[in-house]
Design a protein around this ligand. Structure first.
Ligand code: NDP
Length: 394
């Protein structure tokens, strides 16, 4: 079952080792100097070698499924900055809301679907890609139905509640010969790509340790957090929702997969928010090169989105590391801290255009289903390590 996953992960490790993020960004400059990306991932398009060039005006049609906070406030407005992707359809359980957004975005009312007639999207040639932004527990069903309708799939994180669901999603996309990408936006975001390049090129010396912290307060009065308190819809607690960024960071900064996991988990007794899902998870990962990672994830204290990378020569800090905008990157060398400014890009537009380009050029996306499956698998091992109080060998 994990053969294809292993193959995909070793391919990704090779890409990381080859400085894929660096090349894609076209970053120039050295530590201590301002780094300006000359080309973004999406703008970079095909490498100059043997890939066909795309007609400049070509855009694929996208449908967004689930018109919640993230979809309406970040994703839908970002189509305006896409070069290869346009919003042409909506899927929602709330018809008046969907009609309001259809009007705002100039979408033909015939392209507004609900969850019952969703499958009939197969008959709509305007839709090439379906972007699913629902509660986590719904991803498997809507990705599989979308692939069976003959559409390519972008699925938000975390990919699904269980490893089995992730595998079923991968299988369905393969069977339908469609692409499946997980929307790991930080792997398309210039500050994170620069951090990967600096860490993997040896500019920090030999990598020793990573810490990554992701926290926010779960608000039971906020509609977006109500389903996050329910295990069936959320899959897990803070780890599934935001700790996944801490986990992702350790994997893309090292370009490696962890070989051992320790963890502790704690939820405030009697707090009704944490009846079904956990509040806090702290976990440690051991990577083959010797890097040790120390990660936190919490729903109990205020907003943190930080990554720190400790090398033998310098320390890199991204804070905020995984926000939507206004990231900051610092390098501390010889007790002197310098901030590096990098041109901000719309990471949502970059990731959507990446999938559109992969479809047009028949390439594997950089963050395919196997990447999402690996995180779900590791998060379940983190839970197991916490439950059993044992080191889990991966
Ligand atoms: P919301 O609750 O705001 O949106 C979820 C939407 O799903 C709802 O608005 C609703 O849309 C639809 N829905 C269908 N069935 C249900 C149900 N039973 N309960 C609740 N909603 C339902 O959540 P978010 O926008 O915050 O998160 C959605 C997804 O996006 C999550 O998987 C989350 O992890 C991911 N996310 C990713 C981020 C990133 O940076 N990559 C940031 C934030 C979230 P409708 O009314 O149209 O049917």
């Amino acid at each position: 079952m994990f053969d294809s996953l292993k193959k995909e992960l070793s391919r990704r490790a090779l890409l990381h080792k080859a400085g894929f993020g660096f090349m894609a960004l076209g970053v120039t400059g050295a530590v201590g100097h301002i780094i300006k990306p000359t080309r973004t991932l999406a703008q970079a398009g095909p490498a100059p070698s043997n890939e066909p060039s795309l007609p400049p005006e070509k855009k694929l049609g996208w449908a967004v499924v689930g018109l919640g906070k993230f979809a309406t406030q970040q994703i839908m407005p970002s189509f305006g900055e896409c070069k290869r992707s346009k919003l042409v359809a909506l899927v929602s359980g709330d018809r008046p809301k969907a009609e309001k957004y259809a009007q705002q975005y100039g979408i033909n009312p015939k392209n507004v679907y609900n969850y019952q007639n969703y499958d009939s999207i197969r008959d709509n040639p305007e839709v090439d890609v379906i972007y699913i932004i629902l509660p986590n527990g719904m991803y498997a069903e809507y990705s599989i139905r979308g692939a069976q309708a003959g559409k390519h799939i972008m699925c938000e994180k975390p990919m699904a509640n269980t490893v089995e669901e992730c595998q079923a999603m991968i299988d369905a996309a393969k069977k339908a010969n469609r692409k499946l990408m997980i929307a790991y936006r930080t792997q398309y975001e210039p500050y994170n790509l620069t951090a990967i390049q600096l860490a993997q090129s040896g500019k920090l010396g030999k990598l020793k340790s990573i810490t990554s912290d992701h926290e926010r307060i779960l608000n039971p009065k906020d509609p977006v957090d109500i389903w996050r308190m329910q295990k069936k819809l959320a899959g897990g607690g803070s780890l599934y929702d935001i700790g996944i960024y801490s986990l992702q960071a350790t994997r893309y900064i090292t370009g490696e997969e962890p070989v051992a996991i320790n963890a502790m988990m704690y939820s405030t007794p009697g707090d009704p928010r944490f009846r079904e899902v956990e509040e806090n998870v702290n976990f440690m990962l051991h990577f083959p090169s010797g890097v040790l990672a120390n990660c936190t994830s919490s729903y109990g204290y205020s907003s943190t989105k930080r990554i720190q990378v400790f090398g033998s020569d310098a320390v890199l800090e991204l804070d905020p590391a995984t926000d939507y905008y206004q990231h900051r990157l610092f390098i501390n060398r010889d007790n002197q801290t310098e901030e590096q400014k990098i041109e901000e890009k719309n990471q949502f537009a970059l990731e959507m255009d990446h999938l559109s380009e992969c479809i047009m050029q028949n390439k594997q996306p950089k963050t395919p289903g196997e990447e999402g499956l690996q995180d779900v698998r590791l998060m379940n091992l983190i839970y197991e390590a916490a439950r059993t109080d044992k080191t889990i060998k991966v």
